[in-house]
Design a protein around this ligand. Structure first.
Ligand code: NAD
Length: 469
């Protein structure tokens, strides 16, 4: 039985909601569905806990963040199995995610926030401090439930905030289990976990007791959260959608590079904010690259992640599945499908890995993110033109340039309008490295030192040494 963590206790709710297995659309289990009153209790508990936690020493906070990482590590197989169950993804992908969760928590546990002395002379001493904000609401999507929750819990806690975490309605299992695992090691009220639908997120986003919302999810929901947070001017970190371009220069060998481009487009069946979503390939190698990538897609096995021979799982939920089907229709109408494209029938949200060529901007499949396993490959012949086309997007999360000349690629990288440009790689995430978002891909930054600072408020202490002497 799954329970929520509120004020140090594992609690149930009157209402419950089903969790659907994306592989066969059966009900896996029922989980609590938090009422507004339960959410209020969680926020109140976090506010009460903040009094002590906000002034706890760095080493006390560090111990707790490390204890959360250890609890995950000690139950990594169980958590990976839960992730497979609720997302349908292969075990290797689930294990990778559990590893990321401990890695990010461990990184944040080591981060110290020390006061900086700006001036210290005969007349004055000016210090810059980093204060916690208060209660943080962490609103998490379904594509990487545990990692994205950990990457909010870690920085929030080490900076002295307390937190209320809300997993996505379709993937609450691993997060609720995390709550049970840490209920004995985290001081009462410091971490609270409430499950429920979108209305729970909306309630948190407008709650006067919340100081900051850390959100990962769609751009549309990001806008709603920004509006809901406006009356109380909450701090925000919004990591939203992306439509990452990859630009492949004519100097690469298609055969050598295709496996990496394929893997970095279809990882987690394309359900990652920063995988390759528009692949721009130079005309001189276009046909060869299309054929190499299509061959890899045709050979891939898509199915139930519980089956060890499966490499790619289903789309995680019905709403997303229906959205991806619209992109598939668009790909059919506006391009030439050279791998996948045909649904296999039967239950489950399965879409074969689909590659579409001879497609251009101005279509849904190129202009927006499917967040599913469909890759458009787009031809270009002029580098200035392709940079302009890559930048012609409301999104600005990531991009990559592929070339045998990394210096030439780096010059192109500087002209791309996005938070991260990878060279000869894509979506290489690292706790040490900030993950910023430009344009409508988000507000602020997660990860790295900069990601931690987003969980703090600057405070200046300015002493007039001459006064009162
Ligand atoms: P979503 O926006 O529908 O939901 C995300 C979370 O927000 C869920 O917990 C949901 O219950 C909650 N929510 C929904 N409506 C809300 C509201 N009005 N107020 C507050 N909370 C609300 O997103 P999704 O469909 O779960 O995730 C897919 C999207 O997330 C994709 O667009 C993808 O690109 C994006 N994403 C971005 C990143 C990133 O780091 N930039 C990472 C993963 C996913």
């Amino acid at each position: 039985m799954y329970r929520m963590l509120v004020d140090g206790a594992l609690i149930d709710s009157e209402a419950r909601r089903p969790v659907i297995n994306p592989v066969d659309e059966t009900v896996i289990t029922q989980v609590p569905d938090a009422s507004a009153e339960i959410v209020d209790r969680a926020v109140d508990a976090a506010a009460k806990a903040f009094v002590a936690w906000g002034s706890a020493s760095w080493s006390e906070r560090r111990e707790v963040v490390l204890a959360i990482a250890s609890a995950i590590e000690a139950h990594k197989d169980e958590l990976a199995r839960l992730l497979v169950k609720e997302t349908g993804r292969p075990m290797a992908v689930a294990q990778f995610e559990v590893g990321l969760a401990t890695q990010y928590l461990t990184f944040y546990a080591a981060q110290k926030l020390e006061a900086e002395v700006l001036v210290d002379d005969a007349s004055r001493r000016v210090e810059l401090h980093r204060r916690p904000l208060g209660v943080v609401a962490a609103i998490v999507p379904w594509n990487a439930p545990l990692y994205l929750a950990a990457n909010k819990i870690g920085p929030a806690l080490i900076a002295g905030n307390t937190i209320v975490v809300k997993p996505a309605p379709t993937t609450p299992l691993s997060t609720l289990r995390l709550g049970e695992l840490i209920s004995g090691v985290v001081p009462k009220g410091v971490v609270n976990i409430v499950a429920g639908g979108n209305e729970v997120g909306a309630h948190l986003a407008s709650h006067p007791g919340i100081a900051k919302v850390a959100f990962t999810g769609s751009t549309q929901t990001g806008r709603a959260i920004m509006a809901a947070a406006a009356p109380t001017l909450k701090r925000l970190t919004l990591e939203l959608g992306g439509n990452d371009p990859a630009i492949v220069l004519p100097d690469v060998d298609p055969k050598a590079v295709a496996p990496a481009l394929f893997a970095l487009s279809f990882f987690n069946s394309g359900q990652v904010c920063a995988v390759i979503k528009r692949l721009y390939v130079h005309a001189s190698i276009y046909d060869a690259m299309c054929e190499e990538i299509a061959a890899l897609a045709r050979a891939a096995t898509v199915g139930d992640g519980m089956d060890p021979s499966v490499q790619f799982g289903p789309v995680q939920n019905r709403a997303q599945y229906e959205k991806v089907l619209r992109f598939l229709e668009d790909a059919r109408a506006n391009g030439r499908i050279i791998a996948g494209g045909r649904l296999r029938g039967g239950p489950g949200y399965f879409i074969p890995l689909t590659v579409v060529r001879d497609v251009a901007e101005g279509t849904l499949i190129v202009d927006d993110e499917p967040f599913g396993p469909i890759l458009p490959i787009i031809r270009y012949s002029d580098i200035d033109d392709v940079i302009e086309r890559a930048n012609r997007s409301p999104y600005g999360l990531g991009a990559s340039v592929w070339s045998s000349d990394p210096d030439k690629a780096a010059q192109i990288a500087r002209r791309l309008e996005c938070g991260t440009v990878w060279i000869n790689q894509h979506c290489a995430l690292d706790p040490l490295v900030p993950f910023p978002a430009h344009k409508q891909s988000g507000v602020g930054v997660e990860s790295g030192r900069e990601g931690l600072l987003a969980y703090t408020a600057l405070q200046v202490i300015n002493v007039n040494k001459a006064a009162g002497q």
